[in-house]
Design a protein around this ligand. Structure first.
Ligand SMILES: NC(=O)C1=CN([C@@H]2O[C@H](COP(=O)(O)OP(=O)(O)OC[C@H]3O[C@@H](n4cnc5c(N)ncnc54)[C@H](O)[C@@H]3O)[C@@H](O)[C@H]2O)[C@H](O)CC1
Ligand SMILES: [K+]
Length: 535
C-alpha cells in the first residue's frame, strides 16, 4: 500500500479538484460519509446514540461536520464542539457549517475560558441522555504544523480522559490530532484513537513508531482518480501483506548452489552467539550455503554449532578479527553471493581496519550491522567510499553515532535520518539501503524509495533480534533479491514471525525462535508448489 506525505496529499487534492474537476465538497462529502460507514462497522449502528464531534479550524473539521450531518440522517444525536469561532471556517468547511446551521444541528463554541471539567461534564451529560456511540476527533489532520496548545491541548487531553477514564470510544478523522502525519511525532499531545479513518492514502504518521495513537486504521476512497495517484510517482509504501507477492517459491529442481552462498563475518570471544543467530536467520530464510569466517581459536565452536553451515578459521585472528587475515577473507569472498559483517565482532583497532578495508575495497554486496556500523561511525570519512552494494541496519543509537546527532533527533524524523545516511554514503554510487530499526522500522533506498514496516511488536526488544534480522536480509540477498527487496522482505518477515510468537507467548520469546519460525511464515505466502511431473 502506497504512503503519501502531507504535501503529496495536498497536491493529489489540488490536481483532483483543479485539473480533473471533482469539487472539494465532493471529496469532503465522500470522506465524511465513508467515515460513518466504517464507524458503524467498527462500533455498531449510530441510530439512537449520541455522537460528539470535535471540529478544528480547517478541512479536518469540515469532515467532522459532514459526519455530524450524516449520523443525524441515520437517526443519531450529533453534538458539535467547535474550538475556534466557526464563522472563521473557510471554503468547503464553511459551506458545511452553513448547512449545519440550516439543519439546526446543535453545537457549542468552546471559548478559551472553557475548563476541561465543564466540557467533560457536558459530554457525560449527553452520554446519560442518549448513550454515546463515539467521540469524533476532527481537530487536525494533515494540516497540523506546530505544537498543539491552549484550547486545542485542553480538548485533546479531555478527549483522552473521556476515552481512558470513562471508556468512551474515539474515532479520529484522517489522523489522530496532535500526530504529525509525516513523521509520527507527537506535537504536544495526541488523541488516542480506537479507530482512525484516513482518506486517499495512508500517511507515514499512521505507521511510524508503530502508530500507538492510531488504533485500527481504515481507509476511505474519497474519489481521487487512480490516474492522478499514478502520475504522482509516490515513492513511499507500507510494508504489509502485499509484500509477500515478492517471494519466489523454489523450482523443484533447485539445488543448494542455486540458493546462494553467504559469507558471515561475525562473532568474537564471548560473542559467538551473535554470529550463530545471524547464521540461523540466513539458513532459515532459505539460503543455500552459509560459511562463517571466524577467529581461528573460536572455530571449534562453529564446527559443531550449526551442522548446516561451514566455517573458515582465520589464523591471525585470535578471539577477534584481525586485519592480517584480510587477504584470506578476500579470497574467501570469491564465489560468494553476499556478506553479513558485524554482529558481535567488537571494535578493536585491528578489527576496525579489516572492516574499513572490506567496506571500501570489496565489491561484494554487504549487510552491515552492529559493531561494523560503530566502526564506520568512528571513521565517518570512509562512509562515502562503499565499493559495492551496502545495506546498513542501524538501531536509533547506532544511527545517532553514524549521523553525529542525538537519538532524539533521529527519532523526531526517522525517514529523514535514514535518507540522510544514504546521502552521506552516496546515492549515485553502488546501491545503498538504510534500515532504521525500531517500532515502525523505516527503510530508505538511495534511489528514493522508502517504506515503513507494519509488522513487529515490543517483544522484539531482546538480545539477538538484530543479529537474526541481519542474517535474514543477507540470506535473501544471496538468493537473488536485490538490496531493496531483501531489506523490505527481511524486515517484514522478521516482524511477522515475532508477531506470531508474541500471540502465542505474550510474556516473551527469544530471537532464535524467530529464526526457527521463519520457514513457516514464508510458507504462508507461497502457494503449494505444483510438483513438476517427472518426464
Ligand atoms: N484528499 C484528502 O485527503 C482530503 C482531506 N480532507 C481533510 O482535510 C484535512 C487537511 O485540511 P487542512 O485544512 O489542510 O488542515 P487541518 O484541518 O488538518 O488543520 C487545520 C488548520 O489548523 C491550523 N493549525 C495547524 N497546526 C495548528 C496548531 N498546532 N494549533 C492551532 N492551529 C493549527 C492550520 O492553519 C491548519 O490549516 C485532511 O486531514 C482531511 O481530514 C478533505 O476534507 C477531503 C479531501
Ligand atoms: K483528526
Amino acid at each position: 500500500m502506497q504512503l503519501a506525505l502531507a504535501a503529496q496529499m495536498r497536491e493529489l487534492d489540488r490536481r483532483t479538484i483543479e485539473e480533473i474537476g471533482i469539487p472539494g465538497m465532493v471529496l469532503m462529502e465522500n470522506a465524511g460519509r465513508g467515515t460513518v460507514d466504517l464507524m458503524e462497522g467498527f462500533l455498531g449502528p449510530v441510530k439512537g446514540k449520541t455522537v460528539c464531534i470535535f471540529a478544528g479550524p480547517g478541512n479536518n473539521g469540515g469532515d467532522g461536520l459532514v459526519i455530524a450531518r450524516t449520523v443525524h440522517g441515520l437517526g443519531a444525536f450529533p453534538f458539535v464542539f467547535f474550538i475556534l469561532d466557526p464563522e472563521q471556517l473557510q471554503r468547503d468547511a464553511a459551506l458545511n457549517f452553513a448547512i449545519l446551521k440550516r439543519l439546526h444541528l446543535p453545537f457549542q463554541i468552546l471559548d478559551y475560558s472553557e475548563k476541561m471539567l465543564t466540557l467533560i461534564d457536558t459530554v457525560l451529560t449527553l452520554n446519560r441522555i442518549h448513550p454515546m456511540h463515539s467521540l469524533v476527533d476532527a481537530l487536525f489532520g494533515t494540516g497540523l504544523t506546530r505544537e498543539v496548545s491552549g484550547p486545542f491541548l485542553d480538548v485533546i487531553n479531555c478527549i483522552n480522559i473521556l476515552h481512558e477514564r470513562h471508556r468512551l470510544p474515539v474515532v479520529s478523522v484522517d489522523i489522530p490530532s496532535g500526530l504529525d502525519s509525516d513523521t509520527g511525532a507527537i506535537h504536544g499531545a495526541a488523541v488516542q484513537a480506537d479507530l482512525t479513518v484516513t482518506y486517499g492514502l495512508p500517511k507515514p504518521g499512521h505507521a511510524h513508531h508503530g502508530g500507538p495513537c492510531v488504533g485500527r486504521l481504515e481507509r476511505v476512497d474519497i474519489g481521487i482518480p487512480p490516474k492522478v495517484v499514478a502520475q504522482m510517482k509516490l515513492e513511499g509504501a507500507l510494508l504489509d501483506h502485499d509484500l509477500g507477492s515478492l517471494l519466489r517459491h523454489r523450482a523443484t529442481a533447485a539445488h543448494k548452489g542455486a540458493n546462494g552462498h553467504l559469507l558471515i563475518l561475525a562473532g568474537s570471544l564471548g560473542k559467538t552467539g551473535a554470529a550463530l543467530l545471524c547464521g540461523q536467520g540466513a539458513l532459515r530464510s532459505g539460503t543455500g550455503l552459509v560459511t562463517f569466517a571466524v577467529p581461528g581459536d573460536l572455530n571449534p565452536i562453529f564446527e559443531t554449532a550449526i551442522a548446516e553451515s561451514m566455517s573458515l578459521p582465520l589464523p591471525a585472528s585470535r578471539g577477534r578479527f584481525s586485519v592480517e587475515d584480510h587477504g584470506l577473507i578476500e579470497s574467501a569472498v570469491q564465489g560468494k553471493d553476499g556478506m553479513v559483517v558485524g554482529p558481535g565482532i567488537g571494535t578493536e583497532e585491528t578489527t576496525a581496519q579489516l572492516i574499513l578495508r572490506l567496506y571500501t575495497q570489496n565489491s561484494c554486496a554487504q549487510v552491515i550491522d552492529a559493531d561494523a556500523l560503530n566502526i564506520l561511525a568512528a571513521h565517518p570519512e570512509m562512509l562515502g567510499q562503499p565499493a559495492g552494494p551496502r545495506i546498513l541496519t542501524p538501531h536509533p543509537g547506532e544511527m545517532a553515532r553514524l549521523l553525529g546527532c542525538t537519538i532524539g533527533e533521529v527519532q523526531t524524523d526517522r525517514l529523514a535520518a535514514a535518507r540522510r545516511l544514504n546521502e552521506i554514503i552516496g546515492t549515485a554510487g553502488p546501491p545503498v539501503v538504510t534500515v532504521l530499526k525500531g517500532a515502525g522500522t523505516v527503510i530508505a533506498a538511495g534511489s528514493g524509495e522508502w517504506a515503513i514496516n507494519t509488522s513487529g511488536n515490543p517483544g522484539m526488544g531482546t538480545g539477538g533480534m538484530g543479529d537474526v534480522l541481519a542474517g535474514i536480509i543477507g540470506g535473501l540477498l544471496v538468493q537473488g533479491y536485490d538490496p531493496w527487496q531483501a531489506a523490505c522482505l527481511g524486515v517484514y518477515l522478521h516482524g511477522l514471525a515475532a508477531d506470531r510468537l508474541a500471540a502465542e507467548h505474550p510474556y516473551g520469546y527469544a530471537a532464535s525462535e524467530v529464526a526457527q519460525l521463519l520457514p513457516k511464515i514464508i510458507g504462508t505466502f507461497i502457494p503449494p508448489s505444483t510438483k513438476e511431473r517427472p518426464c
